[in-house]
Write a protein that binds this ligand. Structure first.
Ligand code: NAD
Length: 433
């Protein structure tokens, strides 16, 4: 089939490359001309394992990019909206980018002869597809949904860092559509994947995505709260959760306590659901606590650090921050837990030396006033203490590098270090263990 993908960020680029791999002809649309050029040259605009190989394979043939909506719509049967849905000032969803993309799509659909399908892949609060996207397209196209064009909602569940694998090996595909014809065409795009399609209405599909992310975020905050209690009781929370996770009703995933969740989805999506719930007159107590626990975890790291110094004073201390990405295997720093930690360290007038295998360039845009090193060893040299913020595999192997520190104080926010296994003698503090 012929597919156009609006927005070449994480979801858009991964979907485009994977749809091309599944045998479809794909046109990416982005307003960022630099990304358009990169995609046409087979260069991924973001880092994802396996993405570069797919783009090199399909660029110029089955995968092209443009900023011209008319061209993309007239040369495709289905358009996926994959633009960002950030949080507004109060945490509620900001739909302005979705509205703008829908308006552009509407104007292009006005000029197209045949039937066209618009699929919302962006994460949007329940009601958005039918109450915002559909009328915007009707207004700008002068055409009628269900007759001249179809509308569907197809949420994306990929994990950053494993996005290509997740797209090609989904555990669920949800298609919410306004009519059977649209739902059937959208599911056809995925027919070569080994996964059944769940058909719903658009509102249910939108809600499934929020419930999925909110549940996972709740599991993490729950584990962090239990970890905080365990630490005070001198109980190893990892031992506790390993046993608890064997219960088939619970499962072992997402029970690792630590510095909290970040990324472009969990914090934003939980806040958007809170905002939607409040809009309809419901106060979501549990979801509000999920965010509150998550916001406290990074400060706990700094508290543990302060406890290691006289009067809790870290002014002028050289603190190595290992890990800037919100999780391993990505250069994405959005809502990374290292951001509030670095901000607090700077506020306390510490000297911050940071290292991340991939995300330093991104973090330089947020903090230009800290030092970045090319290696963990470089960041640790002469440090008064270090904080481990991201679960990069290479941090598990650190040992002799701790020997370069002035004081071998290691505050571990991700359960990465087993002090008994090290040759170096370190002063180790686990966040929740
Ligand atoms: P992103 O910010 O990385 O990318 C959005 C892209 O859209 C950018 O390249 C931007 O230039 C482009 N854009 C903005 N306005 C445009 C317009 N009018 N026309 C064409 N292009 C335009 O976003 P993302 O992380 O890929 O997320 C996109 C959506 O998918 C969000 O709703 C997000 O919540 C959801 N989602 C993200 C993930 C993830 O892991 N990142 C996972 C599942 C769902």
């Amino acid at each position: 089939m012929k597919v156009s993908i609006i927005g070449s960020g994480y979801v858009g680029t991964v979907s485009a490359a994977c749809f091309a791999e599944l045998g479809h002809d794909v046109i990416c649309i982005d307003i960022d001309e630099e990304k358009v050029k990169q995609i046409n040259a087979g260069i991924p605009p973001i880092y994802e394992e396996g993405l570069e190989e797919l783009m090199q394979k399909h660029a110029e043939h089955h995968l092209i990019a443009t900023s011209d909506y008319d061209y993309a719509v007239s040369n495709s049967d289905v358009s996926f909206i994959c633009v960002g849905t950030p949080s507004g000032n109060d945490g509620s969803i900001d739909l302005s980018i979705v509205r703008a993309a829908s308006a552009s799509l509407g104007r292009a659909i006005a000029k197209k002869g045949g039937y066209h399908i618009v699929v919302v892949k962006s994460t949007v609060v329940p009601g958005t597809t039918e109450e915002v996207v559909l009328p915007t397209i009707e207004d700008h196209s002068g055409k009628c949904a269900g007759k001249d064009f179809g509308i569907a909602m197809n949420p994306e569940f990929l994990r950053e860092g494993k996005a290509i694998y997740d797209f090609m090996h989904p555990d669920k595909i949800v298609v919410g559509a306004i009519d059977e014809r649209t739902g059937a065409i959208v599911s056809e795009l995925y027919q070569s994947l080994d996964c059944e399609v769940t058909h719903t209405d658009t509102k249910t599909a939108e809600m499934i995505k929020y419930v999925n992310n909110s549940f996972l975020a709740t599991k993490i905050s729950f584990s962090n709260e239990i970890g905080n209690i365990c630490k005070k009781l001198d109980i190893n929370t990892y031992e506790v959760m390993q046993a608890v996770g064997t219960d088939f009703r619970i499962s072992p995933s997402f029970l690792n306590s630590g510095a909290g969740f970040g990324g472009s989805c969990f914090p934003k999506d939980v806040k958007a659901l809170i905002g939607k719930a409040k809009d309809i007159g419901y106060d979501p107590l549990l979801l509000r606590s999920v965010i509150e626990v998550n916001e406290q975890q990074p400060h706990r790291m700094v508290e543990l650090l302060k406890n290691k110094f006289d009067d809790g004073n870290i002014k002028g201390k050289r603190i190595a921050v290992l890990g800037l990405a919100f999780k391993n295997d990505t250069d994405d720093i959005r809502e990374s837990r290292s951001i509030p930690v670095i901000a607090e360290l700077l506020c306390l007038e510490a000297e911050v030396i940071a290292y991340d295998p991939m995300a330093s360039d991104e973090m330089k845009k947020v903090f230009s006033n800290i030092t970045y090193h090319m290696s963990a060893a470089g960041a640790l040299k002469d440090a008064d203490a270090c904080l481990i913020m991201t679960e990069w595999d290479e941090f598990r192997k650190l040992d002799s590098e701790f020997g370069f520190m002035k004081n071998r104080i290691v505050i571990d926010g991700r359960h990465m270090i087993v002090p008994q296994d090290l040759e170096q003698d370190i002063d180790y503090v686990g966040l929740c263990w």
